[in-house]
Design a protein. Sequence first.
Lengths: 283, 329
Amino acid sequence: MKIETLWITLRKRPSYMLGAVILLGFAVMAIVGPMLYPHGIPSNPNELYAPPSWQHPLGTDYAGRGVLAQILVGSRYVLEVAALAALFTMVVGVVLGLLSGYLGGVVDVVLMRLTDFILTVPSYPLLIIIASVVSISGPVPMALLLTLNSWGGMARAIRSQVLSLKQQDYIEAARSLELGPAHIAFREILPMMMPYILMHLILAVTSAVYGEVGLFFLGIVPIQSTNWGVMLNFAYSEAGAIYSTSSVFYLMAPLAAIILLQMGAVNFTNALDEVFNPQLREG
Amino acid sequence: MIWRRVGLALVMIWMTVTATFFIVRLMPGNPATFELHVLLKRGVSYNMALQHVKTLYGINLHQSLLVQYLQYVGNALHGNFGDSILYPDIPVIHLIGKALPWTVFTVGTALLTSFLIGVSLGTVAAYRRHGWLDRLLTPLAAILNGVPNYLTGTILLFVFGVVLGWLPQNGPYSAAITPNVSLAFLISVLRHAILPIGAYVISQWGSWFLLMKSSTVSTLGTEFIVGARSYGIASSVVMREYVAPNSMLPLFTNLVLSIGFMFGGSVFVETIFSYPGIGYLFSSSVSGRDYPLMQGLFAVLTVAVIISNLVADLLYVKLDPRISLEDAA
């Protein structure tokens, strides 16, 4: 993929550009956000549930902490975990999908039964049970937990891609050149699937955000720092903010952040789709 | 072939029961041993403590793991998952039985509603591609599709329950009404169910809409539709009798698969609205560290999903004669 092609496509539609800008914005937020408050977010007991002001553009929470500050600071953990989870999901899904689709036979049967099983088990209850018995700390274990929930769909999708690519002539040619299964799987088939993988990587990030925020929201994962899910959890449990109209910004800010992220991801994937599948281009 | 599918389902059920056993039994600091130590520290005699743990978890700690496992499986087959800790002396299976109807009611209604909305709007959008409805709904559906239901639930609760105060905030029915067969009770139940159902529907309809739209677009391009039209069959009849049934076929598998997904998702919605279904029971069992209840709920949920998947596979073959069970597998 050429950066130029992407740029040209992005400029074609405002919605594409919007998607790219939103995702870029979130990335910058995750990197810079916590640096803005090196000593934590100051709380001010005289300003509980303050309405928006210059100092607190989204008002304050039940402890007088700025809502916007919490969104900014919380973004790093949320997005770091989501990015890791998406990456793990891709690696596990791609490797298992490739093995299953390319090798076939017993490997395929075993892997697909396993995939069926993981796709069948109600995913959130499984995550919740595991999170309640194993103590999760740090972004990597959290990301691994979320991966457990998401690799199945990816493996299934990759496998069916491999099955159709396997039939193509150039793979036949590679096989007749005796290039070996590892070469064919990783050097011939995998590159053809990269566009597909890349697009699903972005969508995997958003679904990891949902799962992660959901777990914090239910209060199952030990809370270490502020993040969007913790904000939601506190809005229900600590402060009962949900039942008070004055908390509108505290409650809605994390939700708005999630919806905005989803909007960015959807629009940007649409743009990528157009880059990778030129026949979709209209006019 | 049918027996093979049934056999697979049974294997999956067995795997689930096994997994729930080992999750609780083998995890570091597993709750059964933990409980035993707590009781011993309190000065309870070892035999008494063992007996207590046994009734709680259905686990005999002094027996070998294999014996414990076989006993657990035997009990689970009889629907016996021990007694709840959170609700003392009530068998887990009774709690589940009491909660299940609420979840089946809300999740079932929500599933059908979102399916009908998605399918009808999707058909319109496919027929009038690039029309105003299509241009409005397609991006909306793409954004809402997959938005978690705790998000829609929170917004609905806040807007309609708190700010506007139009609908009740939580519970299955008004506390002032005793459950009986009366109109007042029925209305109360329905009013309390609107927001939870709405939370599911808003986060679900988008995926039905997008699936139906793309499926209808490809059906419209097939030759038998062109043929039907060229016979002079009225276009409304073509839509109802030819296009819609064929476009809906691929959605059917997803419909049944999403039953499992929605039952799982009820954890969030029912927690938000304190709605006394399976999901609420599950989240309270987790926060109360009620492992027998957690185990039982998880097993029942998974078994329900496995059985509905099996039913879906069998039905699908009946619905679409082109598919054989081998393809479905």
